[in-house]
Ligand binder design. Structure first.
Ligand code: ZN
Length: 373
């Protein structure tokens, strides 16, 4: 087995297109760490194989590796894992979502008998600042499809293909299913579900063989049941609602990625390497991570009857594809930068006045310096 701590053993995947402007006019341009660096002839930006991945802009690599390994051993509360690894709670929180943003599985293809079902989680705004209540009351007692229930579509075949997709707040329709898992079914597929009208309609529209049964019977006989997705759904509910004490709807897709990844790799000896490689190959991670608030806004506006409120403000050192980050405050950043420049000027001028002015000549340098710096 390859030891991933030995960085030499990890193959450095060549960068084929510029992660900033998608041009393929790249030339080799030295190294960053032990990775080949490339320079783009179009936008002149440099990149390595970690640009855009969960490892993008990472400083404490060793701690990050330790953190990532712990994440796939157990579901630890953020404060506990922060203490174990020796990083701040904010860093631990950011790392969790940087890692999970790199684990979104888009290239799934279901084969053979494929089970599908939906589960729901209570709508939550846990951790969101500026709200009167962090969780609106009354949701848990209501039955059926309503604006308190966030629906997650769980699809899994009998091999290792799994998809956990946060689809909607309220009742799932045929088009929600198509948007999330449409086009992911192989010709050999037989879809199994309970009698959900939207699933039947979806299967018909995609020409997928479909076997369904009345919920109370739990099976259509023989192999045609949804026990695997039901068991996974129950485990995920326990983890989210009890071990993690509820998660914010904003991050529910990331938590689903975490759970799906652990389910898919739990019995594999080299899971560590598999997860690491997956993260190295996903150069969409940084973009997903820095746009979590934007994706959440889209979800609330387009997939629910709710109102999007109290945007979270964060800004990032680098945004790929020039994507505007929701919540990034450009004016505040400009003022901050300007004030840093003036501070530097004052500091340097102060230093000169204090220590270095030994003869009269330096008096001329001070005002010149002030304008140059
Ligand atoms: Zn470029």
């Amino acid at each position: 087995m390859v030891n991933i701590n030995d960085r030499e053993s990890i193959t450095d995947i060549p960068v084929e297109v510029c992660p900033y402007c998608s041009s393929n006019l790249l030339v080799k341009n030295g190294h960053r760490g032990n990775k080949q660096r490339f320079k783009c002839k179009v936008c002149h930006k440099t990149s390595t194989s970690s640009t855009g991945t969960s490892f993008h802009g990472l400083k404490k690599t060793d701690k990050f590796e330790e953190y990532r390994k712990l994440m796939f051993e157990q579901y630890l509360p953020i404060k506990v894992i922060a203490k174990k690894v020796g990083v701040s709670v904010q860093t631990a929180f950011d790392w969790r979502h940087k890692i999970l943003s790199g684990l979104s599985d888009t290239a799934v293809e279901f084969k053979g008998i494929t089970e599908i079902d939906d589960i729901w989680f209570l709508y939550s705004q846990k951790g969101r600042k500026g709200l009167q209540f962090s969780r609106e009351r009354g949701g848990s007692k209501r039955q059926g499809d309503n604006k308190y229930q966030v629906k997650l579509l769980v699809t899994a075949d009998r091999e290792s293909n799994k998809d956990f997709s946060v689809a909607k707040i309220g009742r799932i329709t045929k088009s929600d299913i198509a948007r999330k898992v449409g086009g992911k079914f192989n010709k050999s597929c037989t879809l199994v579900s309970d009698k959900h009208r939207s699933i039947s309609a979806f299967a018909k529209s995609e020409n997928i063989e479909h076997v369904n049964f009345i919920s109370s019977k739990h099976s259509a006989g023989g192999e045609f049941h949804v026990q695997n997705v039901n068991n996974m759904a129950a485990r995920m509910k326990t983890i989210v609602n009890h071990q993690l004490r509820g998660v914010s709807t904003k991050y529910l897709q990331n938590y689903s990625n975490w759970f799906a990844q652990r389910e898919a790799t739990k019995s594999l000896l080299d899971k560590d390497l598999i997860i690491h490689q997956k993260m190295e190959q996903n150069n969409k991670a940084w973009g997903i991570f820095t746009n979590i608030e934007g994706s959440y806004k889209d979800f609330i506006v387009n997939q629910s009857e709710r109102t999007y409120r109290c945007p979270t403000k964060r800004s990032w050192s680098s945004n790929l594809n020039n994507k505007k980050v929701v919540g990034g405050n450009a004016v505040a950043m400009l003022i901050f930068k300007l004030s840093t420049i003036s501070l530097n000027r004052a500091k340097i001028v102060g230093d000169i006045l204090q220590n270095k002015i030994q003869d009269e000549k330096t008096y001329f340098i001070v005002p010149i310096l002030f304008f140059i710096i």
